[in-house]
Design a protein around this ligand. Structure first.
Ligand code: PMP
Ligand code: GLN
Length: 378
């Protein structure tokens, strides 16, 4: 058998979570909350199940949920998507992103990704028969390097994938960054896949700059998000894509054959829950407090904290703590110290090692304290 993905192994998230479980380590590796979602949301799910919402929903998602998303994007970003033709509910952002790629990327095309990037993008591009062109973010700051992005665009470039707030670096794109991208793409046919799953985790008074805010970007963009991050339900695997009708029509051609539709009761529960914007409006303060708790706890250690502008990840430089490479360090930290982390090298094409690892702070305070007790001794 000739593998479609010869260089791909098991994802680092699976590997590190399994190691953490085996060694009973505090798991700050894979990004997921260790606390429960709002009980009201759970009641809405059981209400939906008991009211008979248990069969296939419409292929693009139930209308009330698509309408809730369209209203939310209009309120937050001033762009009105058509709920019927321009919003689709997906099985998480992961399925949304591969479906975008399969819908618009042809064999032989190039797709620009910014290194380091989320680990599904490049294998998704390979499955479409296309080539991923990895453009590095600026070393050390993880800012976009627009000269390099411009230079990477060729007649074969079909799309660029961006991710703000950014996993793993926790950097956030500014309005100027988005305007610069818009200007670069304007004379081209390049499509934009904008991964905005951490849209509600932006700190210190900054605002999330959705591609939906910039009309000339929105006109060429798939804007992807995930309920899992926003409502503390990563295991529900439910997300959204918004795009102009012509792009969404192509998206749905693939969506109907790779998943067809997404589970019904969760959609009803989320539509009902979204009537109240408070849960997502309160999220920045909720996570900023956890970020600050974690950073304060680490400040006395020999780890050097990198900036954290958004997401629920904190990156730290390990070079004053250990000479191990990032992967060996994460293994050692999990097995010998009892705290799991993710090596940044897992997000690079060439496993670039800069001595930086990522911790997830979407955890109960007691979990963070337990980890800090171990980490602060290093
Ligand atoms: N993109 C990024 C940047 C992510 O961090 C994640 C979550 N791991 C995803 C996409 C996938 O989201 P979901 O769990 O909704 O599939
Ligand atoms: N996005 C999560 C992270 O970066 C993990 C999701 C997954 O395990 N695929 O940790």
């Amino acid at each position: 058998l000739v593998s479609r993905l010869p260089t791909v192994g098991t994802t680092i998230f699976t590997v590190m979570s399994a190691l953490a479980t085996k060694h009973k380590a505090v798991n700050l590796g894979q990004g997921f909350p260790d606390f429960e979602c709002d009980p009201a949301l759970l009641s809405h799910v059981s209400d939906a199940m008991r009211s008979g919402h248990n069969q296939y929903p419409p292929m693009p998602g139930i209308a009330p949920l698509r309408e809730a998303i369209a209203s939310k994007i209009a309120a937050l970003h001033g762009h009105q998507y058509s709920a019927s033709d321009e919003i689709t509910i997906t099985a998480g952002a992961t399925q949304a992103i591969i479906t975008c790629i399969l819908a618009v990327v042809h064999p032989g095309d190039e797709v620009i990704v910014l290194d380091p990037c989320y680990d599904s993008y490049v294998p998704n591009i390979a499955l479409a028969g296309a080539t991923a062109v990895r453009v590095p973010l600026v070393a050390g700051t993880f800012r976009p390097d627009f000269d390099k992005i411009s230079a990477a665009i060729t007649p074969r470039t079909r799309a660029i994938i961006i991710n703000t707030p950014h996993n793993p670096s926790a950097s956030v794109w500014s309005k100027e960054d988005m305007l610069t991208l818009q200007a670069i793409l304007e004379p081209t046919q390049v499509l934009l896949i904008s991964d905005e799953v951490y849209e509600h985790m932006v700190f210190d008074g900054q605002e999330h700059q959705s591609a939906a805010r910039f009309p000339k970007l929105a006109a060429r963009a798939f804007v992807v998000s995930s309920f899992g991050k926003t409502y503390h339900v990563t295991g529900w695997k439910i997300g959204t894509v918004a795009a102009p009708a012509s792009l969404m029509a192509e998206f749905r051609k693939v969506h109907q054959f790779n998943v067809f539709s997404v589970n019904t009761p969760m959609q009803h529960a989320l539509a009902r829950y979204m009537v109240d914007p408070a849960p997502y409006l309160e999220l920045p303060a909720f996570y900023q407090r956890k970020r600050d708790l974690f950073r304060r706890g680490m400040s006395g250690s020999r780890f050097k904290l990198l900036p954290c502008e958004g997401t629920y990840f904190q990156c730290v430089d390990i070079s004053s703590v250990s000479d191990l490479n990032e992967t060996q360090f994460c293994q050692w930290l999990t097995t010998e110290v009892g705290v799991a982390a993710i090596p940044l090298s897992a997000f690079y094409g060439d496993s670039f090692d800069q001595g930086v690892v990522r911790f997830c702070f979407a955890k109960q305070d007691s979990t963070l304290q337990a980890a800090l007790e171990k980490l602060s001794k290093l």
